[in-house]
Design a protein around this ligand. Structure first.
Ligand code: ADP
Ligand code: MG
Length: 682
């Protein structure tokens, strides 16, 4: 087994220039070629008479060249006429090399593969694949695979490289025989051989059928590799050491006494789960999920108090300065009266303040430190960090797990997210985490009414803003996202602010955007929080976490440009108080199909889990996870929507394989993951 893997792991034996191109396809080790599977297949097993070939599908024809010419108008192109016993066909090449002219000498016998269509001058093929043959050259016996490729790597080159590895590499099983038998899986070697060089009896549609046993085998193996690596990550963590954190309950009681509300049953439940983890001697990695507004912050605060009671420090990290600042205010408000020190650390702090915060962290005088990424940068030391809390974890990307090791011990981690993770994703990419869910909203919330409004009716919207303010409520007005240009986005926000301030003269209108300095942003947020500003014009910087319960109207311009998660987050900024809340989604025609689908979903649903599920359907898991940014490789063959049964089987069997056949697990991971990024970056 080890020997087989050694060969498989060898780098490709090709010239450096080609190696560089193959690298772009993710082809580095010899075994990578085995897993480079066809996108589709072409049928070169059958020759059609020219006039009997069907239109609109790839066909192979053969004929003798009767004429060729290079035309210069309307653009340079090569025209070749071939003829068989049934009739004549025009081959048209817009791009061609001088060498191709030679191939088409009059009288040459040529095979052309392509789609025939009716052209102005009769039947033609545009850019067929051609080769010169001699009379009676045998046809392919089976379908020809077509591989994903890049410029400079032709299909014949790939076929040759792959064929040679299939012949020379041993392809042993990595999974234990009992697992293969139990799931009635095709053997790995048979599966890859079948897909690379299908036997003659297979049709192209059979081969692209996801239920084909060969595809099932590859998908299962891939999902199994993912499950094994996730379980190993989970195990490694459970073998790590963390401080045992048990609180006295004294500070918690004091906070409970000061809160104007009682916890919901769901908040109590998740707090119990967190407490149980904290009391263990290995690090907690728990994901706390709860829809927008479900009250995660207070749960974080209560968890922090337990750690503080036990003599530890707590760090709370948020993805944006605005959110971090808001948490700092809220948590100071709760904790300072209990005699605790809450510090604040962000990238934009002045040197003096920063030094003070760092000193408080290092000396241990700070009980809780709130901040942005700056919290976990080099040169930041805690005296005794016991718990790290990450808010809006999904904003940091799926692969991000904080590396917080210090002095042989790792603090506990609580990750919070309002972007619910559909079950399949939770079972795959988040499988190394324990998950708690707050599945109920605090009582007394009135549901948000969502309206879709054509932007031509903007005046009516402005009237409604006025009415809302007259009733003592506040309004968010979110400016369009302009991805191409931050400057343009800024201009739009400034212009919208100017217009609304002019139209709504009796109200105070504030402006918030990403280019403002941190203290300016904080000042605007504070003014909005205390109702000195009734209307807040903002870019999407307010997307996450901002909590102003008196705001009851959210207007979003160009909602069609935004993603579902973003719309759900923005809408969740209202509906936090007892007033009836409205979210107005302004859109501009024409709408793309995707935009239409998204607006329909957000209009029809309030439940974040359902929205996330639909989002996954519309976008696919790659974008859903934000994995492009985080660099986590996606599944190549398996698909979380369709292959749920395979995923469940892999999840169920992974622990058993690890326990009973650890060498098999190693070999399997080596085959699927070595040379590639891990599924998870810890
Ligand atoms: P999210 O889960 O989106 O982070 P927050 O923690 O910001 O939500 O909570 C939303 C609002 O609900 C806050 O104003 C918070 O103080 C309030 N809240 C939290 N828990 C309760 C509860 N049990 N009853 C009433 N209000 C609550
Ligand atoms: Mg929050």
């Amino acid at each position: 087994m080890t020997h087989a893997n050694d060969l498989a792991g060898q780098p490709l034996n090709v010239a450096p220039a080609l190696a560089k191109k193959l690298d772009k396809l993710g082809l580095r080790r010899r075994f990578d070629l085995v897993l480079h599977l066809p996108l589709r297949y072409e049928d070169e097993t059958h020759l059609y008479p020219i006039t009997a070939a069907p239109y609109g599908q790839p066909v192979l024809v053969e004929g003798r060249v009767i004429a060729h010419e290079v035309q210069f108008r309307p653009r340079k192109q090569l025209l070749v006429r071939i003829e068989d016993a049934s009739g004549v066909l025009l081959l048209r090449f817009i791009h061609f090399y001088p060498s191709q002219l030679k191939q088409f000498a009059d009288g040459a016998l040529v095979r052309a593969m392509g789609e025939i269509r009716r052209g102005f001058h009769g039947d033609e093929m545009v850019h067929p694949k051609t080769r010169e043959v001699v009379d009676g050259t045998p046809l392919a016996e089976s379908l020809t695979p077509v591989y994903p490729t890049v410029n400079g790597v032709t299909q014949p080159m790939l076929r040759k490289l792959i064929r040679s590895e299939l012949q020379s590499l041993p392809l042993p099983e990595t999974l234990p025989p009992s697992v293969i038998a139990h799931l009635q899986l095709q053997s790995f070697a048979d599966a890859v051989r079948l897909l690379h060089s299908p036997p003659p009896e297979y049709s192209a549609s059979q081969l692209s059928e996801p239920a084909l046993p060969a595809w099932q085998r590859l998908k299962f193996d891939e999902l199994m590799a993912q499950q094994l690596s996730m379980r190993l990550a989970y195990r490694a963590r459970r073998q790590g050491r963390a401080p045992v954190v048990r609180g006295s309950g004294r500070l918690r009681e004091a906070l409970f006494a000061s809160l104007p509300f009682r916890l919901t049953a769901a908040q109590h439940k998740v707090l119990g789960e967190i407490d149980a983890d904290l009391a263990q001697a290995h690090p907690m990695h728990r994901l706390l999920q709860g829809d927008v507004g479900s009250g995660k912050t207070v749960v974080a605060a209560l968890a922090a108090l337990t750690a503080i009671e036990a003599g530890f420090q707590v760090a709370l990290m948020a993805p944006t300065e605005i959110l971090a600042e808001q948490h700092y205010r809220k948590l100071s408000g709760w904790l300072a009266p209990l005699g605790l020190t809450v510090s604040w650390l962000s990238g934009s702090l002045r040197k003096k303040q920063k030094e003070l915060a760092l000193e408080q962290m290092a000396s241990g005088t700070a009980h809780l430190v709130v901040g942005t990424h700056a919290l976990f940068q080099d040169g930041v030391d805690f005296a005794r960090l016991g718990l790290a809390i990450v808010d809006e974890q999904h904003r940091f990307g799926v692969g991000q797990r904080l590396a917080l090791k210090q002095k042989g011990e790792e603090p506990h981690q609580l990750m919070m997210s309002a972007t619910p993770i559909p079950r399949t994703l939770a079972m795959s990419f988040y499988a190394d985490l324990d998950v708690s869910v707050i599945d109920e909203l605090p009582p007394g919330r009135t549901p948000i009414v969502t309206k879709l409004i054509n932007s031509s009716r903007r005046e009516e919207v402005v009237d409604f803003v006025h009415k809302t303010c007259s009733e003592g409520q506040q309004v968010y007005w979110v400016c369009p996202l302009i991805e191409e240009s931050e400057t343009l986005q800024l201009q739009t926000a400034v212009e919208t602010h100017r217009q609304l301030a002019a139209q709504l003269g009796q109200w105070h209108v504030g402006l918030l955007h990403g280019r403002m300095k941190a203290d300016e942003k904080a000042a605007v947020m504070a003014a909005f929080g205390s109702n000195q500003l009734q209307i807040l014009v903002a870019t999407t910087v307010i997307e996450v976490g901002v909590d102003v319960p008196n705001a009851s109207l959210m207007v979003i311009e160009h909602a069609e440009r935004m993603g579902l998660a973003q719309l759900h987050q923005l809408r969740g900024r209202v509906g936090r108080g007892s007033a009836r809340s409205v979210c107005m989604l302004l859109f501009e025609n024409p709408l793309s199909d995707v935009a239409k689908a998204r607006l329909k979903v957000i209009y029809e649903n309030v439940d974040g889990f359902e929205i996330a599920r639909q989002d996954l359907l519309i976008r696919g898991p790659g974008e859903f996870l934000g994995a492009r940014q985080s660099g986590v490789p996606m599944l190549r063959f398996a698909n979380l929507e369709d292959d749920i049964e395979l995923l469940e089987a892999a999840r169920e069997l992974a622990p058993e394989i690890l326990a009973r056949w650890p060498e098999a697990a190693d070999a399997h991971l080596e085959r699927w993951l070595s040379g590639r990024e891990q599924f998870l970056k810890a």
